[in-house]
Design a protein around this ligand. Structure first.
Ligand code: ADP
Ligand code: MG
Length: 682
């Protein structure tokens, strides 16, 4: 997690220094990810209760949620509604003197907190009767409280939002002025408020405007710290050195291919090929949609490396993908006498020993394997120059460190099938150079995409049955695992219905909470063709490749980001049969409708990602998708693309002035890098 500021007084400070925090509360705070006083101050409110615009009863219609300013006239009257339900009614009058009651159920404590004769702001649902009004279980704020916008915190068992509020308020009181790591001239240039103001106002806003500028400032800080860390890492990497892999004539390789390369592929090969020649290790991201032909780009680079008498490694996130890569690479490269080997969890001890020998004597020039096995095994290369990894989210600084142990600082190529808009890619992978495959090979069949509403469900099922009867396979993807949120199709219960509706067909369920062995069994069953219809959550985004699958049906499609829908769509259309993507959506027309229509009409992942970014902001890219080190607290929710650009610019200026080498900035960066190193990037 990127901190927005760093104060050595707070960072190392245990929670038990706080008044009112013993072992139990400290444990509850730990559960919320709060381990130090610094974390506590960065535990930003989940939302706010805004008491700043009170009204009077006559302005409010029956059933409305509202804030009213009241004076307490009578103490709580208790009445038993039925067993287990006691009602407390407190008599009051609004600012115009109209009578009413505050009503509390079973909560004598809350009722008694309203003091006779005092004025309060009450927030809650108002019922209007002929001669009086009632407000039920209201939130309470004494009318003379200066800050009228109150924080609500994410809480956990053993600690309530009120207690968290008190701890933070006490802490802020004690602290005195919090020093700002961003120098004043920078703040002025970028229109940012001071850190002290921001931290106080994110918790206890003086006004809506103050809250807005506090949020903006803190979100900006997160982005800035991250960008500074990236440029710092980049500087560090630039100091490593590796052997140059000289350019070679690639014509024989190109001539051996059954197809001409696209312009984008040739450009990517040229860019990465030139990097290989340098002694500064390459750090390059190769981005391109599923099917854009990343593998052959990788093969060309392995070819160049092998011609120089050096070795390459190709790492995949799953065993299945590793095997696929192995088969492809063998096809591309063995004709040139390049030795290719595969290592997975199933490789026997004897075979591993042979591989180790082949790596040592140089007869193996490309080793393909899963990350897990690759890092665990005592596999040593004699001349490792290039490490390629599929799916960037499994790759980080930590793996880079591990790679160094395998043999120096090899050139690194990271392949990603998630098109990310350039601005964001620069931000998230600021330590990588980027090549883009934004052009699909010619003659690729388009996946036919349609948006369908609930009334067409029967027809859609019939269509899927027809495809299955013809020997094809299909996916149905749901947004959630278990029932809960407002009528979303949840995989578990939806599967039961599907299994009933598709009697006679072989169906299966797949979701992230299943036991790994179970998951693997289902995935194998789908890969072998035994399972015809797979109901799942988005776990299928990575890992399954079944060219025989021709239908991707997505439930509650409006709930997904366009980029993610596009990703899911990429699961079909991989074989010779025409494929279909059916987006089920209740939302007719409107914003969500047109989003889905746009997806139906576009196949270019970069165009889609850009549209997603414009429509939904960068939240999806910065927020929950990332876990661990770079889940941004505020930037994920409130960040905008301009802030990302400006934070990058500011980071550049600061680094040029050497501020990244001096405290407090250097401390912030160190802290983040340590985090990233521990958790992996993403
Ligand atoms: P991805 O980018 O998803 O990894 P692959 O490398 O698996 O894509 O390529 C998808 C398919 O397209 C493979 O069968 C590959 O052989 C083929 N392919 C790659 N480049 C071209 C091209 N320029 N023209 C035609 N087919 C190509
Ligand atoms: Mg691929």
């Amino acid at each position: 997690m990127a901190h927005t500021f760093y104060d050595p007084r707070l960072a190392g400070r245990s929670l038990q220094y706080l008044k009112g925090v013993g072992e139990r509360r400290a444990a509850a705070l730990n559960k919320l990810g709060i381990h130090s006083l610094l974390d506590l101050l960065e535990h930003y409110p989940l939302r706010y209760l805004d008491f700043s615009n009170p009204r009077s009863f006559h302005e409010i219609s029956d059933g409305e949620n509202a804030v009213i300013k009241v004076k307490i006239l009578t103490g709580p009257q208790r009445s038993l509604v039925r067993r287990g339900l006691t009602l407390y009614k407190v008599g009051l009058a609004d600012s115009l003197g109209r009578p009413g009651y505050a009503v509390f159920f079973n909560s004598e404590y809350a009722a008694k907190s309203l003091v006779l004769g005092r004025e309060y702001l009450l927030m809650g649902k108002v019922s209007v009767y002929r001669s009086y009004a009632e407000i039920a279980s209201p939130e309470i704020l004494p009318a003379d409280t200066p800050c009228k916008i109150r924080p609500v915190y994410h809480q956990s068992a053993g600690i309530s939002t009120k207690v968290i509020e008190r701890l933070i308020a006490a802490q802020l009181d004690q602290l005195g002025e919090i020093k700002d790591p961003i120098p004043e001239p920078y703040r002025r240039q970028y229109g940012l408020c001071g850190l002290d103001f921001a931290l106080r106002n994110i918790h206890f806003p003086e006004s809506a405007e103050a809250l807005e500028s506090a949020r903006h400032r803190l979100a900006f800080s997160e982005l800035l710290t991250f960008q500074l860390a990236m440029s710092h890492l980049r500087k560090g990497l630039a100091r490593d050195s590796t052997d140059s892999v000289p350019a070679c004539d690639l014509k024989p390789f190109f001539d051996s291919l059954p197809f001409p390369l696209t312009g984008a592929q040739l450009k990517a090969i040229a860019e990465a090929g030139a990097d290989l020649e340098k002694t500064v290790p390459m750090n390059r991201l190769l981005q391109g949609d599923v099917g854009s032909g990343k593998t052959v780009v990788a093969a060309a680079l392995v070819y160049q490396t092998a011609m120089a008498g050096r070795q390459s490694a190709l790492l995949a996130p799953t065993e299945l993908l590793a095997i696929q890569h192995y088969n492809t690479m063998t096809r591309f490269l063995t004709p040139f006498g390049i030795g290719v080997a595969l290592v997975t969890g199933k490789t026997t001890k004897k075979a591993r020993e042979e591989i180790a020998a082949g790596l040592a004597n140089g007869s193996i020039q490309l080793l393909v394997g899963t990350h897990a096995i690759f890092y665990r095994e005592e596999l040593r290369f004699s001349a490792l120059s290039l490490a390629i990894t599929d799916e960037q989210h499994r790759f980080g600084v930590r793996q880079r460190a591990a790679l160094a142990q395998k043999g120096g600082h090899p050139h690194i190529l990271v392949m990603s099938a998630t098109p990310i808009p350039r601005t964001l890619a620069l931000m998230l992978y600021g330590d990588l150079d980027i090549s883009v495959l934004d052009e699909l090979p010619a003659g690729r069949k388009k996946v036919i995409t349609a948006v369908r509403q609930e009334d067409a469900r029967e027809k859609v099922y019939d269509f899927i049955k027809k495809q299955l009867s013809e020997g094809r396979q299909a996916y149905i993807v749901c947004p959630a695992i278990e029932e809960g949120e407002n009528g979303l199709k949840a995989a578990v219960s939806h599967y039961e219905e599907i299994a009933r509706r598709f009697k006679g067909f072989k169906t299966a369920l797949l979701h992230g909470k299943m036991h790994p062995a179970e998951k693997e069994e289902v995935m194998d069953g789908f890969a072998s063709g035994e399972i015809q219809l797979l109901v799942s959550t988005t776990v299928i985004e990575v890992g399954i490749d079944q060219p025989n699958a021709t239908v991707m049906m997505i439930e509650n499609a409006e709930r997904f980001g366009l980029a993610q829908l596009h990703q899911l769509r990429g699961r079909v259309g991989r074989g010779k049969h025409t494929s279909y993507c059916i987006l089920m959506s209740e939302a007719e027309g409107g914003k969500s409708g047109s989003r889905l229509e746009m997806l139906a009409n576009t196949t270019n992942g970069f165009v889609i990602a850009d549209a997603d970014l414009k429509m939904r902001g960068p939240g999806e890219f910065l927020g929950s998708r990332q876990s661990g080190a770079i889940a941004f607290k505020l930037a994920g929710v409130t960040g905008d693309i301009d802030s990302i650009r400006l934070a990058g610019q500011m980071a550049g200026q600061m680094a040029a002035q050497g501020l990244d080498e001096r405290p407090p900035i250097s401390l912030l960066i160190e802290d983040l890098i340590e985090n990233i190193t521990r958790n992996g990037l993403n």
